[in-house]
Design a protein around this ligand. Sequence first.
Ligand code: ZN
Length: 205
Amino acid sequence: MSDNEYNEGIHEIHSFEVDEFDIVCGPVCGGKVVSSTGVVPARHQVHFNQIFADAKTRALFMMMLNHVRATSETISYPYRCDTETHCVYLRAVVSKSSTMHVGFVNKVMEYELRPENARLVCSLSSENPDFTLCSICNRLRHENQWLEFQQLVDQEIWPADGKPMGCQFDTCANCENALRQRVAETQRSYTAKAACTALHAVQGG
Ligand SMILES: [Zn+2]
């Protein structure tokens, strides 16, 4: 396989917008919205809720959506969206793209090829999954620890022979706390700005 073929899919991380009815519009390119749950055909009306495979990720993203919608603040955070062959490092920016729409813009910052013997071959499985994957940092839970995929391969916990593993998504405590903290920080700056505006209005009036 050529390097080009390997790299296919890495840039298929599409940005999208969510309208005032929580419907996903877009995508910006490619004709499909890619999420942790897979590929959603563009023609179907997809509710924002439906693009997340697990309740915790869904709740976190709903919180971000509602926060940005209410305050017009911008939230930016790093995340991973690994492919079978690559570690892919992205930055997401969540901001108001118009008065009614909130944009989720995902940008690939860098990516690296995995070692030859390490292929992340998994399928989404909610019943008796072999592994749980953090939807933000893509680490995998193993005995109450969140480990890098490469660590699981090195410790022979993940089969290196390319056998597909059933995976479910969740959010690790680190990522959940980091996102909640970002929202809390921008909430504080929003509240401070609002108080300042109110004070000016009082002084001006
Ligand atoms: Zn995580």
